[in-house]
Design a protein. Sequence first.
Length: 104
Amino acid sequence: MDKKKFYTQEEVEDMLIGKKGTPRRDKYEEDLEMFRIGEAIKQARQAQRLTQEELGRLVGVQKAQISRIENGKNLTFSTVIKLLKAMGLSAQLEISNLNKIALC
């Protein structure tokens, strides 16, 4: 009977996307981080029982823009901060070996 080889997630990513430090892998990791931030914004919005349209009105953008943000597209620090402030939330940026910085 053949032994099956198991791979770690990192090994699979290396094979399918490329090794860390390659342009394709860097783009993948950046997109993944943007998606995670968008998902966190979506969860915060839903926890406050706001629709995308209502959140958009609070920050002065269309529902479609909120949808793009929640899908990790068109994210900027200033937009994230506006959204968090509109929902009465705060955030901190933590950089290794440095103090936390309050964003809002």
